[in-house]
Structures are given as structure tokens and as C-alpha cells.
Ligand binder design. Sequence first.
Ligand SMILES: NC(=O)c1ccc[n+]([C@@H]2O[C@H](COP(=O)([O-])OP(=O)(O)OC[C@H]3O[C@@H](n4cnc5c(N)ncnc54)[C@H](OP(=O)(O)O)[C@@H]3O)[C@@H](O)[C@H]2O)c1
Length: 250
Amino acid sequence: MADAKVVLVTGAARRIGACIVETFHRHTYRVIVHYRQSAVAAKALVDTLNEQRPHSAACIGSDFNNNAEVEQLAGAALRCFGRLDVLVNNASSFYATNFGEVTQSQWDDLHNSNLRAAFFLAQSLGEEIASQRGAIVNVIDTHADRPLKNYPIYSIAKAGLQAITRSLAVELAPEVRVNGIAPGAILWPELLQDSEDPSVLEARERVLRNIPLGALGKKQDIADAVYFLANDADYVTGQVIRVDGGRSLA
Ligand SMILES: NC(=O)c1ccc[n+]([C@@H]2O[C@H](COP(=O)([O-])OP(=O)(O)OC[C@H]3O[C@@H](n4cnc5c(N)ncnc54)[C@H](OP(=O)(O)O)[C@@H]3O)[C@@H](O)[C@H]2O)c1
């Protein structure tokens, strides 16, 4: 389908980003999978999607710690299918930064992936997305509002992404709607995923006890909400929807 809509999802080789890509693809979008280190997973995902529908998926590598690579990603994404309708800013680095010991390079790394790239991609791609009357969706975090202890820089960067969502909704209206999703607990961080450490198990139990809906969310819950904001929310802009099982109420 040469006239099918096109979405670029950042950090999309695996986990939630890959689920967002698969969801847009099921809805007949052509998809651009951005990755940094996960080249093998990105290519495998693209191969699978192209087997389902030829010429419907592509991937582009880029490290957001390098300004030039962010701009290169924007240019390559525009050339990929010759149009762009939706940008999903999903890429993120996530790790603890204990106050008192934070380094400049941690500050830069957490801001580059969670905040800066989202702004500059929107700036470079906004005109094309406007010409398609498209949308931008930022994947934020409920910790943008309720900072996560020992993760101040991540929480600050996500709060900035929430601010970007509102500012760009104003800057890019009326052609482009800009919204955000704030996931609660969906997937445990990869390093802790299979941990049997009692303190990690206890921390997980604590998280689950504080979720009114009583369970972790699913990747698909986030992907469906992103798809809804990009496609079915014609009169919504500058908003952030919490998809957190009610955790932020507890
Ligand atoms: N998991 C959760 O429960 C949860 C909860 C709240 C919010 N969120 C948000 O939801 C989104 C997806 O979550 P996730 O857990 O699936 O994410 P993730 O696996 O932690 O990270 C997504 C991708 O971001 C990319 N990335 C990291 N640093 C980068 C950099 N400097 N340049 C370019 N790409 C970079 C990585 O790509 P490569 O692998 O290719 O290097 C990574 O695979 C994130 O924005 C996250 O903050 C998730």
C-alpha cells in the first residue's frame, strides 16, 4: 500500500516500543523502527513485518547521545517512505542516580534519550507531520508527577517530556495534535526482570500492593493507548493519559 500512513517509533526494537510498532502495523501503517544497540532485534522485527506485508517496515539506528545522529534519524525517516504521519517518542534510558553522586554524563544521558531527542525530532519532523495532519505521542511516566526515589534525573527528564507535550501542542496546533501516555508499572526493568534478590522481590510486591487494579499493565495496554491518541482522538491535544491501573491514585 504505497499510500499507507507512516509512523516512526523510537527505541522500538524490543519491549513496549516493539508492541507499539506491531499495533500500528496491524492497523495498516507502514512502520519505521528506531533502535540504538538492539540492531539484531530491530532487523528481526522488520523482517517479520515485511513477511506479513512487503515493503511495510524499515529500521534506522541512531544514538541520541549524539546530536548529529538525531538529525540524521529525522532525515532518514523522511526519506524512508517519503511521508511521515506519526512520531512516537518512546526511547528511554532508566537507572538510579543517587542524589549527591550524580555525574554530568548521567544527567546528559538521561536527558538526551528521555527529553532532548523528543524535542529535536519533533522540530525536524513537525512540518512533514503537519502536512499530513498527523500526531505526536510521547511515552512519559507517572513518575513525571510523582518522582521516583533515587531516580531524580529520570523523573526530571520525564517531567520535561510532559512539558514538551503541552508546549508543542500549542506550537504545532492546529495541524498536529501532541499528547502523551504515562505508563505505570508495565515491565520490570530488564536488569531486575529475573532477579531472585529478596529486596527486589519485596520492592515488586510493594509496587503490586499499591495498584488498585491489582496487576502490572501489559505492553498492549500502552500500545493501544498510543494508537488511540494518534488516530482516534481528533479533539484531544496537550493531554497526558495515565495508563497505570490506578496506581497514581493510591
Ligand atoms: N517498562 C515500564 O514498566 C515503564 C513504566 C513507565 C514508563 N515507561 C516508559 O515507556 C517507554 C518504554 O518502556 P520500556 O521499558 O519498553 O523501555 P526500555 O526497554 O527501557 O527502553 C527502550 C529503548 O530505548 C532505547 N534507548 C535508550 N537510550 C537511548 C539512546 N541514548 N539513544 C537511542 N535510543 C536509546 C533503547 O534502544 P536499544 O535497545 O536499541 O539500545 C531501548 O531499547 C519508555 O519511555 C519508558 O520510560 C515504561
